[in-house]
Design a protein around this ligand. Structure first.
Ligand code: AMP
Length: 282
């Protein structure tokens, strides 16, 4: 596996690959890799000739300086895992080179970002859109792989690709979970053993809400899930929404949406976790 950090090197490498008529599959990450990331890499490998993975803890998408500072950075371990799943190129640039000067361009995704993560993390999606655009221009992939774990991020990147005519296909893969249901996340590493025991309650709450939806109104189903979570005072719920998975807007009745999802964010100590489930149509 080739490991590159300079922008000129990744540009040149990807250009060479393209000139050979080979297809590039790209997986952007912030590292501290787990099985969720690896599922994207395996899919990228199956569907492309060359797989590029970026590991970059992007400063501009953090609205909390402490979260940025404490975000796990494990490049040596990441490189080993990537080599094992057959990744061809690891691109791990420095923040200094990615942002030679602070970016001035800002993105506004309107209603797609006025809810959930966008509402609670001001500037987050501006940072995401900036870095994903830069990475798409550097790598020029045929396909880029993202996780449903960041459902709102996928919708935003999809909008950006459409609005700016990026010449690539976006692919979204399901959430990989631990055996007890906790969605895999790099931030799980920061949980204490006691917090780790409680963290799966978030997924249980999503499942409870989904079951309740078959029997009662969205409002009552949400109340039941909030009530369930109140048994675990260490969990501080930030939002819990039943949304139209296409528009991301909260809905009051399931029939309003072609595809619905239940999304939440919660703090466990200082660690902020997100999770979601797509609502199966009965
Ligand atoms: P991150 O390193 O957290 O920025 O994530 C990089 C990519 O991996 C994003 O597209 C995420 O949605 C995806 N991802 C993160 N966690 C999971 C998971 N548990 N299952 C599947 N994909 C994931």
């Amino acid at each position: 596996m080739l490991q590159l950090s300079a922008l000129s090197d990744i540009r040149q490498q990807c250009e060479q690959v393209r000139c050979q008529g080979l297809r590039i599959g790209f997986v952007p990450t912030m590292g501290a890799l787990h099985e969720g990331h690896l599922s994207l890499l395996k899919a990228a490998k199956e569907q492309n000739d060359v797989v590029v993975c970026s590991v970059f803890v992007n400063p501009t998408q953090f609205n909390n300086a402490e979260d940025y500072k404490l975000y796990p950075r494990l490049l040596v371990e990441d490189a080993e895992m990537l080599a094992q799943v057959g990744c061809d190129v690891l691109f791990a640039p420095s923040a200094a080179e990615m942002y030679l000067k602070p970016a001035k361009l800002t993105f506004d995704f309107g209603s797609l970002e006025n809810v959930m993560e966008g509402a609670h993390r001001p500037g987050h999606f501006n940072g995401v859109a900036t870095v994903v655009s830069k990475l798409f221009h550097l790598v020029r992939p045929h396909q880029a792989f993202f996780g449903q774990k960041d459902l709102q991020q996928f919708a935003i990147v999809q909008q950006m690709v459409q609005d700016l005519s990026f010449d690539l296909e976006l692919v979204c893969y399901p959430i990989i979970r631990e055996e007890d249901g906790l969605a895999m996340s790099s931030r799980n590493r920061r949980l204490t053993p006691e917090q780790r025991q409680i963290a799966p309650k978030l997924h249980e709450a999503l499942q409870l809400l989904e079951t309740q939806l078959a029997k009662t109104s969205i409002e009552e189903a949400k109340q039941a899930a909030v009530q369930f979570l109140s048994n675990y005072p260490q969990l501080r719920l930030e939002y819990l929404e039943v949304i139209d998975a296409n528009t991301l807007q909260p809905i009051e009745q399931l029939q309003e949406a072609e595809k619905a999802a239940i999304c939440l964010a919660a703090f466990l100590g200082e660690v902020r976790l997100i999770d979601n489930v797509l609502v199966a149509k009965k």
